[in-house]
Design a protein. Structure first.
Length: 288
């Protein structure tokens, strides 16, 4: 199941990462007063917002491998009025298109707040649409609020840790910028804790369904004991990695200990691996 859905799993990690980078850094630019650590802050916000574009594009390219014929991808937006999949394709494409416009204007020295706001909106709506694709199926484990926490939470978790890593690279983690990054990491920790609580309730609700019944027919899948066990292993392992990466990012960032490029690159990789494992667990609940 995971192998077949690998392109979608990777896409569902890359697009929230891009959205998190762009949204957090755009907000930082808005909040931080002019002249506050101007050079480092300018470089780290500009770099992060610029990097979000290639990440979106990579996510789009990877998702094409899930299609039978990638050259017919344009057809997937034909049902935008009724299909969450069409909306997700549309908003992700709009996210990249608006980012490209932002980047061209930024390179020309033009700051257009409307374009930045539209880019933020498109990025957010692409993830909302992505979550609704699965939430609307009614499948066990997908129809609860945990689906939204999973996908939308990735914006905060991946975005905050990625931003912290870039800030460390540019040494832009002092003063107001440092405070904002610390707050964003606290938000990520809160989301991670909320996910754990939600999963604890979901673990209790998921029961083995080894025999045919009407619920299996309607949901399109039967959750046998092996499937539930694999789901729990992936989700717990992913949560532990994400939690560990965020906690150590907070500790090192606030204390000033080991605030090194290599350390935060490793911590970001740990969180990224955690998000990947959690998403793999999520997809395990789908039909074979």
């Amino acid at each position: 199941m995971i192998r077949k859905e690998l392109s979608l799993i990777v896409n569902s990690i890359l697009v929230p990462l891009a959205a998190g980078l762009f949204i957090f850094l755009a907000v930082f630019r808005l909040i931080l007063p002019d002249g506050t650590d101007s050079a480092p802050v300018k470089y780290f916000t500009g770099t992060g917002m610029a990097l979000s574009g290639p990440v979106i594009l990579l996510g789009i390219i990877v998702s094409l491998f899930h299609l039978g014929n990638p050259f017919r991808a344009y057809r997937s937006v034909k049902k935008i009025d009724t299909s969450w999949l069409s909306r997700e394709v549309f908003f992700t494409g709009a996210f990249f298109g608006l980012w490209l416009l932002y980047y061209i204007l930024e390179s020309a020295g033009i700051v257009n707040s409307y374009v930045i706001c539209l880019t933020i909106m498109a990025g957010f709506l692409s993830i909302v649409s992505m979550a609704n694709i699965y939430h609307s199926t009614g499948k066990p484990g997908w129809s609860g609020f945990n689906t939204y926490t999973g996908f939308l939470g990735s914006i905060i978790i991946l975005g905050s840790v990625a931003v912290a890593s870039i800030a460390v690279f540019y040494r832009a983690f002092s003063g107001e910028a440092g405070n904002l990054i610390f707050i964003s990491l606290l938000m990520a920790l809160f989301v991670t804790a909320l996910r754990f609580i939600q999963q604890s309730f979901l673990f209790a609700k998921l029961k083995p369904d080894d025999e045919w019944n009407m619920d299996s027919l309607v949901s399109g899948s039967s959750l046998n004991e092996a499937t539930i066990s694999r789901y729990k292993i992936f989700m717990i392992a992913g949560w532990l990695l994400s939690f560990t990466g965020i906690v150590f990012s907070l500790l090192f960032f606030k204390s000033g200990v080991l605030v090194l490029n290599e350390v935060f690159a490793v911590l970001f990789a740990v969180v990224l691996a955690g998000e990947f494992l959690e998403r793999c667990g999520f997809y395990i609940l789908g039909p074979e």
